[in-house]
Design a binder for this molecule. Structure first.
Ligand SMILES: *Cc1c(COP(=O)(O)O)cnc(C)c1O
Length: 418
């Protein structure tokens, strides 16, 4: 987003023009940002055979998936439905990895029928799969190295009582299962959770994975999951991706030489790929002065962007109807809230350029886990989605209508006359 002639624009298109055209609330995605993020990662890891497996769950609109596929990325999926979306978007089965947790054996078997890479994250399924399939289908195993990722406890998946992955302390058990069933292991995986800021945490996990990997004969790839930190606040430290890339690449290349073959290095970034490509645009319904604060109430809520309430996430907000230098007004302190009947605060005591009713507030970094986590609570419609690509805007998801709210409701016979 940049200011051009006192208008906030994405690829030269003023965001207020988009809200005029498509209404609010609306999610807007900038494909140029996604491309920059992808190429930044590729460049940082250019010394290795690195593959980006974009984590579909962050933003799964089919158009976005098609675009990401066109960049050369693979896809990380966590449900069979995401596998279907990936195939529909044009990813070949071998470009997709299925990395669920606690799904049924049936789901895993169905994924093998679709021909995608599968990642098994518990010993029970490993055993059942092994007895059924043996060496007929290669697998990846998700390990938990017990590295604590920084940030909020909801998003660390590496700690000792986490439900994710097989503990590295259970490797002997894993090898017993493999030896007795003939399972063919082609990859090892770890995903320590989000918001890792420096190479240290990654390398700690990597060393553990390398050590475990030495005991497997025919690996093709190591998958380091994700967790690249994204800059949310204006003064947040940006992750030094080149530094991380260099350090991990050199550790990885050293490992490959010890291991005796050149493996692929996989990552599954979600946020890093799409977070800063997304803008969530809402309209201010009311400005409400109370004794303690001034509320700006927008035509949305945690039903459309749950991250502030769910993770305490900070999203920068701009009043794009009042850009710097337009209306002669100072910044004021606002608490930005939604319109649903539940506490749904987007931002507490935030200094924003003066807000009038009818103004458009733009939430930054709304590309990842924004629309994806939207719901119909309070019977509101989920927002529209718009993609800006090569200087043009495209509607890529319609705003819902009353028909959508009713489409799966079945009228009970007893009430049909009513
Ligand atoms: C959620 C998830 C990711 C993506 O995480 P981000 O923080 O969005 O980068 C990657 N891999 C797995 C297995 C996940 O569950």
């Amino acid at each position: 987003m940049e200011l051009i002639n006192q208008q906030y624009c994405v690829q030269q298109i003023p965001l207020t023009a988009l809200t005029g055209k498509y209404g609010t609330p609306v999610y807007v995605y900038d494909t140029a940002a996604i491309s920059r993020n992808y190429h930044q990662l590729k460049k940082a890891f250019r010394q290795t055979d690195m593959r980006v497996m974009y984590a579909c769950k962050a933003l799964s609109n089919l158009n976005i998936l098609k675009y990401i596929h066109s960049l050369g990325s693979g896809l990380d999926t966590v449900s069979l439905n995401e596998v279907h979306l990936g195939l529909k978007a044009g990813f070949a089965p071998h470009e997709i990895i299925f990395t669920p947790n606690c799904v049924s054996l049936d789901d895993i078997l169905e994924a093998t029928e679709m021909g995608v890479h599968i990642n098994i994250d518990n010993i029970s399924i490993l055993e059942q799969f092994g007895h059924k399939i043996g060496d007929k289908y290669p697998i990846c195993i998700r390990l938990n190295p017990h590295i604590m990722a920084g940030g909020h406890h909801h998003i660390s998946t590496g700690h000792i009582d986490s439900k994710f992955g097989i503990s590295v302390y259970q490797m002997r058990h894993v090898h017993r299962v493999i030896d007795s069933t003939g399972l063919r292991v082609e990859g090892l995986h770890m995903h320590t959770g989000s918001d890792i800021l420096d190479a240290g945490v990654f390398l700690q996990g990597a060393e553990i994975l390398f050590e475990a990997a030495m005991k497997f004969k025919n690996l093709r790839y190591l998958d380091f999951g994700s967790g690249f930190k994204v800059k949310y606040k204006p003064d947040d430290k940006e992750i030094d991706i080149d530094d991380i890339g260099e350090k991990i690449s050199s550790a990885f290349n050293q490992f490959c030489s010890d291991y005796g073959s050149k493996l692929e290095l996989w990552f599954e970034p979600g946020k890093y790929m799409v977070s800063n490509s997304g803008y969530f645009l809402t309209k201010v319904n009311v400005v409400k002065q109370t004794v303690a604060t001034v509320f700006a109430g927008v035509n949305s809520g945690f039903n459309h962007l749950i991250r502030p309430m769910f993770y305490d996430a900070y999203h920068q907000i701009e009043n794009i109807s009042n850009p710097p230098g337009s209306r002669t007004s100072p910044e004021r302190i606002y608490t930005v809230v939604g319109q649903i009947c539940e506490t749904d605060t987007f931002a507490w005591d935030r200094s924003l350029r003066e807000i009038k009713e009818g103004d458009i507030l733009c939430f930054l970094n709304a590309g990842a886990y924004g629309f994806e986590m939207a719901m119909n609570y309070n019977s509101h419609f989920r927002p529209a989605e718009v993609m800006i690509h090569e200087g043009k805007d495209y509607l890529i998801r319609q705003r819902e209508t009353m028909d959508d709210l009713l489409k799966n409701v079945v009228s009970a016979e007893a009430f049909q006359a009513v």
